[in-house]
Design a protein around this ligand. Structure first.
Ligand SMILES: Cc1cc2nc3c(=O)[nH]c(=O)nc-3n(C[C@H](O)[C@H](O)[C@H](O)COP(=O)(O)O)c2cc1C
Length: 306
């Protein structure tokens, strides 16, 4: 691996550690008019299910202090349309991580199988953490035994590097990270959105039709940093940090906490070029602070008590 910004995450070589987060950059091609794909590490596509899904009815996004709430309900085109219609629109040199979500373990495994052998899929991210679909992600990401079963089945079905995206809505994130490592995951990614509720006083209803939603954006960054630090200390597989990243400074902080790569989510809604700007800022800031080699920043947090 060469170059000051290059990192290797879960067996995937990235030109820099900045990826776009699932659900915030479509299937990648929507960003082609705005984004120079050669300036980011790669993309994580919208979570895919076996069949196409419509998602929840509106209102399904809302503002929150220093962030946003969403309850999209995993609208997506389905795995087969992704492979035949969406992937071919992306440059073959761009690392694309396909995100997988389902309601049953065997269906998760089937989605992974359909993504196997697809040359443009650099890796799979198993979304074990969706906080707003009643029969699905919340169960897997919150119960160690179910999570273990899920990782085992998807590991068996996948031929590409397997990353498990964890829910922050748990008591002990280190335990969940260890479960993933124990079942053969190549990496973990965290955090998904924090379960949240905002209300309209006039109607005394949730502002989201679904009721509960997931909080993302700058409001969650420091929580995410804490969890990345705890998870990365618990396992030896690499960690991808996600949560409220808006600047190169934020990204570099995640690397120091133990992340090998990071994902940019909500910031894409403010500026579709956010990820390439953050990639440039991260490299420039690291150089300014005395070490341009980004992989040498990983896990260098000095913490009282070790
Ligand atoms: C509108 C929206 C849709 C999302 N959809 C997905 C999804 O399909 N799959 C997934 O794993 N995460 C999804 N996420 C979570 C993000 O990938 C990310 O984990 C989270 O937003 C925290 O990062 P951020 O603060 O940078 O946005 C979504 C987030 C938002 C805001």
């Amino acid at each position: 691996m060469s170059g000051d910004t290059a990192v290797r995450f879960a067996g995937i070589d990235l030109r820099n550690p900045i990826l776009t987060a699932s659900g915030t950059s479509g299937y990648g091609s929507e960003f082609a008019p705005f984004l120079d794909f050669d300036r980011i590490g790669g993309i994580v596509a919208k979570s895919l299910t076996l069949e196409p899904r419509q998602g929840n009815p509106p209102a399904r996004i809302a503002e929150a202090p220093a962030g946003m709430l969403n309850a999209i309900g995993l609208e997506n085109v389905g795995v087969d349309a992704f492979v035949t219609e969406k992937l071919p629109l992306l440059p073959p040199t761009l690392p694309v991580i396909a995100s997988v979500f389902e309601t049953e373990i065997d269906r998760y495994a089937e989605v992974c199988k359909r993504l196997s052998g697809v040359p443009q899929v650099a890796g799979l991210e198993v979304n074990a953490s969706c906080p707003h679909v009643k029969s699905g992600g919340i169960e897997f990401g919150q119960r160690p035994s179910l999570l273990a079963e899920l990782v085992r089945a998807t590991r068996r079905a996948a031929d590409a590097p397997l990353v498990v995206k964890l829910s922050p809505n748990v008591t002990d994130i280190a335990e969940m990270a260890r479960v993933c490592e124990g079942e053969g995951a190549d990496g973990i990614a965290l955090i998904n959105t924090l379960q949240a509720l905002e209300i309209d006083l006039h109607t005394r209803r949730s502002v989201l039709r679904n009721g509960l939603g997931g909080l993302s954006g700058p409001a969650i960054r420091v929580v995410a940093q804490r969890m990345v630090w705890q998870a990365s200390r618990a396992v030896s597989i690499p960690v991808c940090g996600i949560g409220g990243i808006q600047t190169g400074e934020d990204a570099l902080k995640f690397l120091v906490c133990g992340a090998t790569a990071v994902q940019v989510g909500t910031a894409n809604y403010l500026d579709p070029q956010a990820s390439q700007r953050i990639a440039d800022e991260t490299a420039a800031l690291a150089a300014r602070l005395g070490n341009p080699v980004l992989r040498e920043w990983i896990g260098t947090l000095e913490f009282p008590g070790g």
